[in-house]
Design a protein around this ligand. Structure first.
Ligand code: FAD
Ligand code: SIN
Length: 460
């Protein structure tokens, strides 16, 4: 099956690229599992952009670099942050119903930001953004969305019928999850937008499919991968034995929430950092981890019950309802929370056009290392990066379209030595081992002995 451009991934990055490309060429978007199965639909807090007259690009750039411990690439930071107002305008055009205050967009605040600059749709921004992008993609005659296709490898020169040693990428081999067959999809250009790798950790806020597939495929094909050691941990994932992966947005702290030691009731963040609950999230996650380990706790408390009940319900309707269903009234009582893996700061190395090291291969979004995040991503800069790099990759492909040859004939997937696994339990066992290993040895705090200290019973 031959196409103009293949995009692997139907989250914010993949769909943004698809819509920009579809103005001129035909695009196939592949997704593992359901079309809305990535992290984008789960995003809560919002999207960072300088929109307030009292704020400046320089402030946002500085906050991003401070959060990233200066390991960011400044030119990328400038590029993304200066594009942010345009990205928000585009989303408004697509019909994303951002919260407003009078004529302006309402701006909330999150850790590490020196100003209010997060646009949002209540506390479920990602769902609203993804719905708008999907509506536009489904309506576009040049976009084909194909869910339930698990891409397993890139097609390169060595897969051409007439073997070539070139690293030129010509598309992907994908397991059709409905037929069980691996199919070759070729294209003039390929974009990886496969999201992060959070699910290699025992406790993560990310959805099931976040297993780093695109990063692995790119690396196997010869791309550089950078900063994979820079894993971000979110400080406040709900602690509940029945509910997995439920994030309590950082905006709860942005709107006045306090972190309390459940044993003493002490508000401890001012002891760790002068920015208290609004310090960048690596600092808050380590503080929570430290309180939990020092006192042998299962969780710490996030408390916003001192704010008026209507204010809480108005700002956090999704979280309020979810918690109420679990017997927690956040307008009256604190929320038990624990840190959990949240974001993969590293990934496939890309330039400002989303180009990888291999001709014909681009990447955008959480699967990349663009230079924006450095050691630790600033809250709400991730969706922004998806929009900016999705558009940048599409623009570069269109600008260079005449230099992209149609794909040559390629070999079918060779399954002659494949056997059916009749013991799924072994794969489950491997997953369990990897996840425990990553949590214990590549976790929030890494020491020379490597041990992150076990946490049992948590739900994230
Ligand atoms: P995703 O949206 O994760 O999409 C990945 C796509 O790739 C999916 O369609 C998936 O099916 C597909 N895919 C993966 N592997 C394969 C494969 N092998 N074959 C085929 N398809 C494949 N960021 C913010 O900026 N603001 C927020 O408020 C915010 N809140 C968050 C809340 C939560 C709970 C989480 C988990 C993350 C949050 N983030 C937030 C981070 C942000 O949501 C993600 O970084 C961003 O959505 C990633 O978008 P993406 O397009 O790169 O990938
Ligand atoms: C959150 O809402 O706390 C998540 C924001 C983000 O990951 O940027």
């Amino acid at each position: 099956m031959s196409h103009d451009v293949i995009i692997v991934g139907s989250g914010a990055a993949g769909l943004t690229a698809a819509l920009a490309l579809a103005e001129q060429v035909k695009v196939l978007v592949l997704a593992k599992g359901a079309i809305d199965g990535g992290s984008t639909a789960w995003a809560q807090g919002g999207i960072a952009a300088v929109l307030d007259a009292g704020d400046t690009f320089e402030n946002h750039i500085r906050d991003t670099m401070v959060a990233g411990a200066g390991l960011n690439r400044r030119e990328t930071v400038e590029f993304v942050i200066e594009q942010a107002p345009h990205a928000i305008d585009r989303l408004v055009e697509l019909g994303v119903p951002f919260n407003t205050e009078g004529k302006d967009l309402h701006l909330t605040r999150e850790g590490g930001h020196s100003h209010r600059r997060i646009v949002h749709v209540d506390d479920a921004t990602g769902r609203a953004v993804l719905d708008a992008l999907l509506r536009a993609a489904e309506a576009h005659p040049n976009v084909t969305l194909l869910p339930h296709q698990a891409c397993i490898d890139l097609i390169t020169g060595r897969h051409e019928e007439r073997y070539s040693g070139s690293g030129r990428v010509w598309g992907v081999y994908a397991l059709n999850e409905q037929t069980g067959k691996v199919e070759a999809h070729t294209a003039r250009a390929t974009i990886l937008a496969t999201g992060g790798a959070g699910r290699v950790y025992q406790f993560s806020t990310a959805p099931r499919g976040a297993t780093g597939d695109g990063i692995a495929m790119a690396w196997r094909a010869g791309c550089r991968v950078g900063n994979m050691e820079m894993m971000q941990f979110h400080p406040t994932c709900l602690y509940n034995l029945d509910v997995k992966n439920f994030l309590i947005t950082e905006a709860v702290r942005g709107e006045g929430g306090h972190l309390l030691n459940p044993r003493t009731g002490h508000r401890y963040m001012p002891d760790y950092d002068e920015r208290a609950e609004l310090a960048p999230r690596d600092i808050v996650a380590r503080a929570n981890d430290s309180e939990i380990k020092r006192d042998g706790l299962d969780y710490v408390h996030l408390d916003i019950s001192h704010q008026p009940a209507d204010f809480v319900k108005h700002h956090f309707p999704t979280i309020y309802e979810k918690l109420l269903g679990l017997g927690i009234d956040m307008t009256k009582q604190p929320i038990p929370v624990v840190p959990a893996q949240h974001y993969t700061c590293g990934g496939i190395v890309v330039d400002l056009h989303g180009r990888t090291d291999l001709p014909g291969l681009y990447a955008a979004g959480e699967c990349t290392e663009s230079g924006l995040h450095g050691a630790n991503r600033l809250a709400s800069n991730s969706l922004l990066e998806c929009f900016v790099f999705g558009e940048a990759a599409a623009a570069d492909i269109l600008a260079r379209w005449d230099s992209f040859d149609p794909a040559p004939p390629v070999r079918a997937w060779d399954e002659s030595r494949v056997t059916d696994s009749d013991e799924e339990v072994i794969i489950q066992q491997n997953w369990t081992e990897i996840r425990r290993f990553m949590w214990n040895y590549v976790g929030i705090v890494r020491t020379t002995s490597g041990w992150n200290a076990p946490r049992t019973g948590s739900s994230c």
